[in-house]
Design a protein around this ligand. Structure first.
Ligand SMILES: N[C@@H](CCC(=O)N[C@@H](CS)C(=O)NCC(=O)O)C(=O)O
Length: 201
């Protein structure tokens, strides 16, 4: 059974959400992390090389990076709507969006949120192109891959539910976030974190 190293109110919340979507059996180890406001500290019990979350331990193997963990888990627990197995018509789009989330959306979004796009035209262009691509996709279909949800949506939807201003005003994006955040598996994940002994940061 995989073990998730997790801190509430962080990127590992999306993996907890995914585990609930997959109906997986898993353990959670709560660890403390450094927070943006200067609180928290690295946790010796966290096997992540940077003491970050999420980290996943399965059969003695450590998996890090949210999108790699998502891919790993959807393959470990096949048969859910969250993954797209090899040979599936949406496999290419699934891999592309997972990689695009980590390689383009997060860095471009971080450049925008931190204000770096204001002084760097190349970063500004990258951010604008990313926004245009994501919004055009969600204007034409309900989810990143098409008509059905996937783990790639949990990555982006989770980030947007935390920080909507990552993308400009758009009715399609608002509808997307609303649809994703009303999923019962997310409510279950939030309930797990709300338990009195759940917060160890
Ligand atoms: N690219 C990594 C980023 C992980 C990350 O930055 N996690 C933050 C929490 S949202 C963290 O652990 N921060 C503590 C630190 O940097 O020490 C992923 O997506 O898994």
């Amino acid at each position: 059974m995989p073990t998730l190293f997790h801190a509430p109110m962080s990127r590992s919340g999306r993996i907890l959400w995914l585990l609930e979507e997959l109906g997986a059996e898993y353990d959670i180890r709560y660890v403390s992390i450094r927070r943006w406001d200067g609180s928290g500290s690295p946790d010796d019990n966290n096997p992540h090389p940077h003491k970050q979350v999420p980290a996943l331990l399965h059969n003695g193997v450590l998996i890090t990076e949210s999108t790699a963990i998502s891919q790993y888990l959807t393959e470990l627990f096949p048969g859910s709507e969250m993954g797209r197995p090899a040979g599936h018509p949406e496999r290419g789009a699934y891999l592309s969006w997972l990689a695009y989330y980590a390689g383009v959306i997060e860095p471009c979004g971080t450049a925008f949120i931190s204000g770096m796009t204001q002084s760097n035209p190349n970063l500004a262009r990258g951010y604008e192109e990313m926004c245009a691509h994501v919004i055009a996709t969600l204007d034409s279909q309900p989810y990143l891959l098409g008509a059905q949800v996937s783990a790639a949506d949990l990555m982006l939807g989770g980030a947007l539910s935390w920080m909507r201003k990552l993308l400009p005003d758009s009715g399609s994006v608002d509808r997307y976030v609303q649809t994703l955040t009303s999923r019962p598996a997310l409510a279950r994940a939030r309930e797990i974190d709300a338990k009195p002994d759940g917060f160890h940061d």
